[in-house]
Write a protein that binds this ligand. Structure first.
Ligand SMILES: [Zn+2]
Length: 75
């Protein structure tokens, strides 16, 4: 009976340890992917401002930092 109780405590501790650990691993994985993102930067075709590719606005003559710059360049 004592062994069963110890086994139960061990399983609860193991479960809590895994619960506490897994979100941190997922956060680290999320943090590492934006850290790799600065490699993909584009310059605004109007003002030359560098910004991440996913934030850039695509235009006919390149990428832009804002809709106003896209309009100023391509209008
Ligand atoms: Zn711009």
């Amino acid at each position: 009976m004592k062994f069963l109780l110890l086994f139960f405590i061990f399983m609860v501790l193991l479960w809590q340890w895994r619960q506490a650990r897994s979100p941190k691993v997922r956060q680290a994985a999320r943090k590492s992917s934006p850290a790799a993102a600065p490699a993909s930067m584009v310059a605004c075709a109007h003002c030359g401002l560098h910004l991440p590719t996913d934030e850039a606005l695509p235009g006919r003559q390149g990428s832009y930092c804002s809709a106003a710059h896209r309009q100023a360049r391509e209008a």
